[in-house]
Unconditional design. Structure first.
Length: 49
């Protein structure tokens, strides 16, 4: 949790709020890749891309 807190403080201090959507999309794609490895959901994920 300290990493998330430090990241949020960095974004606030440096006024880099435009980075937040990029970080969230990268995290979402990472979760999709991890969940998609060898699961029954894999064919449905491939249809998205």
């Amino acid at each position: 949790m300290s990493f998330i807190r430090e990241l949020w403080e960095f974004l606030k201090v440096r006024k880099k709020f435009w980075l937040l959507p990029i970080i969230l999309i990268l995290l979402l794609l990472g979760v999709i890749i991890v969940l998609g490895q060898g699961s029954a959901v894999t064919p449905f994920i491939y249809t998205l891309f």
